[in-house]
Design a protein around this ligand. Structure first.
Ligand code: ASC
Length: 148
């Protein structure tokens, strides 16, 4: 594992051990965090998408690096939606249907982990096979829980 990723993961573990209410100084920060996190995720996921569709050449090393960013951020979804942080594009259902929301977040993370594993095989067909389900997970959760 790269030193930088180890550091990010260590920071994530420390962050996760704090109660959700202590995650952000103010609710607007949680909203900003969610939106920026989603933007960064979409940039890195999008680069893999561009390889999968042939818009950019397949680069196995870049695929791994991009997938790893998606994994780290996909693992940080729940802390972004603590009690009292309603707002932004997040539907109120997120806080009313916590179990469903968490389940979708967990599936999203599992798919991202599979995407990173597929990237590590260095095989474009494996990357293609893992990309679709991950995109479906992203879309499914956005359709259910994000307002337009
Ligand atoms: C992205 C992005 C999303 C998802 C979704 C996948 O890159 O910004 O919201 O992928 O489009 O279906």
């Amino acid at each position: 594992m790269k030193p930088i990723l180890s550091l990010v993961l260590a920071a994530a573990v420390i962050t996760l051990s704090a109660p959700a209410s202590a995650q952000f100084a103010k609710p607007e920060d949680a909203i900003k965090y969610r939106q920026n996190s989603m933007f960064v995720k979409s940039v890195h996921f999008g680069r893999i998408g561009a390889m999968v569709t042939g818009r950019i050449p397949f680069d196995a090393k870049a695929a791994v690096e991009n997938a790893d960013v998606v994994v780290v951020l996909a693992g940080q979804v729940m802390p972004g939606y603590g009690v009292g942080t309603e707002g932004g594009k997040a539907k109120p259902e997120i806080w009313k249907e916590q179990a469903k929301f968490k389940e979708m977040a967990d599936v999203g993370l599992a798919d991202a982990v599979k995407l990173a594993a597929a990237a590590r095989t260095g095989n474009l067909d494996n990357l293609k096979a893992a990309f679709g389900p991950t995109a479906e997970s992203c879309k499914g959760c956005h359709d259910a829980f994000r307002s337009r």
